[in-house]
Write a protein that binds this ligand. Structure first.
Ligand SMILES: *[C@@H]1O[C@H](CO)[C@@H](O)[C@H](O)[C@H]1NC(C)=O
Ligand SMILES: *[C@@H]1O[C@H](CO)[C@@H](O)[C@H](O)[C@H]1NC(C)=O
Ligand SMILES: *[C@@H]1O[C@H](CO)[C@@H](O)[C@H](O)[C@H]1NC(C)=O
Ligand SMILES: *[C@@H]1O[C@H](CO)[C@@H](O)[C@H](O)[C@H]1NC(C)=O
Ligand SMILES: *[C@@H]1O[C@H](CO)[C@@H](O)[C@H](O)[C@H]1NC(C)=O
Ligand SMILES: *[C@@H]1O[C@H](CO)[C@@H](O)[C@H](O)[C@H]1NC(C)=O
Ligand SMILES: *[C@@H]1O[C@H](CO)[C@@H](O)[C@H](O)[C@H]1NC(C)=O
Ligand SMILES: *[C@@H]1O[C@H](CO)[C@@H](O)[C@H](O)[C@H]1NC(C)=O
Length: 481
């Protein structure tokens, strides 16, 4: 009895304690909800000019999202009674953040300030003792203003804890030296720079050359891959995208010389390349390469030999054929060439890349796949030929086995001649255009009733029954056009 009395007191106390910290759903002015057991306060996109009451006195929350409002001034009492791990203030018109704004929140981990009107790093940041991730891209948004000052002592104060940092501005004209204070930086993004920043100094990454794992440089006017990349001893991922002034000459071998130990993922999307850069041969660790949105005219054998790429993506590269040089990529397991100009897939094109398991040729105007395109390729797990101009299931598959073929958005007439498909393909995505059935159901339920099938395999006593059962099954009609 005594014990359960104690227990009762304990339970009552626990409830009272919880009440003091209760997360209020609904909350005034915002949407408050739990996501995977985390309290989230979403006040995004509401034309707010001040922080609503619902944000205050909410105890410990995971995230406060105030993105996409009309806030101009963050004030001392804005977060009273609420602590958060993540605060998103992006896409407002914030010019001032009072010194005490985050006083209730000293353990904030990430702060998104991108797309605001800040001219300097706010002093308030120096009170955030655990700040791990900061985004100040595109500040100030005011036209004709200089990019945000990355003030030395504020950068220094954050230097011990910052691991993820994003910056950049259309008028950024020199590399900010104060970034040297970030000695534990792991993930850096430069998004946007001006015509005046043509190269990044070779020493730019010096302070975090032993810690940086991921580097993103995009939407700049740089003319070359920064040589400093070669000094990054642990770099695993490098994204260098939408840098239109780069071109073939800008992908210089010196930038990659010493990254040989670690770099596994590289994207060179929309860098005005017309050739496959030979410099990549200096990165034997490279596994994932994305070259999308470059008008590649030619992929030479020399440029590609001796590489161990497993995943190659080339969307929108203006290619009218699967490049023969890919033959050299004997480790290639995933090839994605969606959105190119291929009209045919020729003899041996796929047989040449015998370890490819995942092949994507969607959104090409393919009319014809040669019967010998695949040879007796035995590793095809998934082939995506959706949204092409094919009107039949290519017989080329007859010599292979394939886990799954996607032919969505193609004009496939389902016919008895697809008897062979049953033994070759396990799964199909896509619809017949002549009857309201999926290709997969057509192959499974209709084909066994075809004379061609019976001739080959003998009569199918249960086939009628299966088709009947299929009709009774009120599945939605197949439609993807
Ligand atoms: C914050 O809200 C914006 C706009 O609704 C949304 O795009 C964004 O994903 C949200 N951020 C997070 C971290 O949920
Ligand atoms: C903040 O919200 C914006 C949408 O406005 C979103 O793009 C961004 O990813 C969010 N930031 C974080 C850190 O989740
Ligand atoms: C942002 O605030 C400034 C003044 O601080 C004002 O001049 C400007 O019009 C505001 N911009 C928007 C889009 O509200
Ligand atoms: C792309 O490179 C070509 C030279 O190869 C150059 O003439 C052209 O101006 C560049 N395009 C852009 C958008 O910079
Ligand atoms: C390569 O792509 C496949 C999907 O095709 C993906 O599952 C795999 O994670 C990728 N490999 C790496 C190393 O990212
Ligand atoms: C194949 O690659 C595509 C993208 O290239 C990806 O979306 C898909 O998930 C991959 N499929 C498998 C089975 O890994
Ligand atoms: C492929 O089909 C689209 C319409 O579905 C058509 O506009 C295009 O001209 C066709 N391409 C070829 C090469 O036949
Ligand atoms: C498929 O291959 C088999 C031999 O494996 C052959 O007998 C049959 O005629 C082929 N069918 C088609 C449609 O090419």
């Amino acid at each position: 009895m005594v014990r359960s009395g104690f227990l009762l007191v304990f339970v009552v106390e626990a409830i009272v304690l919880c009440n003091a910290q209760t997360f209020t759903i609904p909350c005034s002015g915002c949407t408050c909800f739990d996501r995977d057991g985390n309290h989230v306060i979403d006040c995004s996109g509401r034309r707010l000019t001040t922080v609503p009451d619902g944000v205050r006195n909410q105890g410990n929350v995971y995230e406060i999202n105030l993105s996409g409002n009309l806030l101009t001034h963050m004030r001392y009492a804005d977060f009273t009674g609420t602590t958060a791990d993540h605060i998103n203030l992006s896409d407002n018109n914030i010019t001032t953040i009072d010194d005490g704004t985050f006083d209730a929140n000293p353990t904030l981990l990430s702060l998104d300030l991108h797309q605001n009107n800040l001219y300097n790093l706010p002093e308030a940041l120096t009170h955030l003792v655990k700040i791990n991730s900061l985004d100040v891209r595109n500040n100030p948004t005011d036209f004709r203003a200089n990019p945000i000052q990355l003030t030395d002592h504020v950068m220094k104060e954050m230097g011990d804890t910052i691991q993820t940092f994003q910056f950049g501005h259309r008028d950024l004209d020199r590399w900010p030296n104060t970034i040297d204070h970030f000695q534990d930086l792991q993930d850096l993004t430069l998004d946007g720079s001006s015509d005046n920043l043509k190269v990044i100094p070779a020493q730019a990454f010096h302070s975090f050359q032993s810690t940086l794992l991921k580097l993103t440089i995009k939407n700049t006017k740089l003319v070359a891959v920064p040589l400093g990349v070669s000094t990054l001893r642990r770099i695993d991922e490098f994204h260098f995208d939408n840098n239109l002034d780069v071109g073939n000459e800008g992908v210089v071998a010196q930038a990659f010389f010493r990254t040989h130990g670690t770099l596994r993922t590289l994207s060179l999307i929309n860098d005005n390349l017309t050739r496959f850069p030979r410099a990549l041969a200096y990165i034997p660790t490279l596994r994932n390469l994305d070259m999308s949105h470059n008008r590649l005219e030619f992929i030479s054998d020399e440029s590609i030999a001796n590489m161990h790429i497993t995943n190659l993506t080339m969307h929108y590269c203006n290619l009218d054929r699967i490049p023969g040089a890919l033959f050299h990529l004997q480790s290639l397991t995933a090839l994605d060439m969606s959105h190119n100009n291929m009209i045919t897939v020729e003899n041996n094109d796929i047989e040449n890349i015998p370890n490819v398991d995942n092949l994507t040729l969607a959104y090409n105007p393919i009319k014809f796949i040669s019967n010998t395109a695949f040879g007796n390729h035995k590793h095809l797990g998934s082939v995506d030929i959706s949204f092409t101009n094919l009107t039949t299931i290519p017989e080329a598959f007859n010599t292979t086995t394939v886990g799954k073929i996607s032919m969505e958005g193609s004009q496939v007439d389902c016919m008895c001649r697809y008897v062979w498909v049953r033994s070759v393909v396990n799964h199909f995505d896509g619809c017949c255009i002549n009857i309201e059935e999926s290709i997969e159901d057509y192959i499974q339920y209709y084909v066994p009733l075809c004379p061609e099938y019976i001739e080959l395999n003998g009569p199918q006593p249960t086939a009628d029954y299966s088709l009947l059962q299929h009709f009774k099954n009120p599945e939605p009609h197949c439609q993807d056009h």
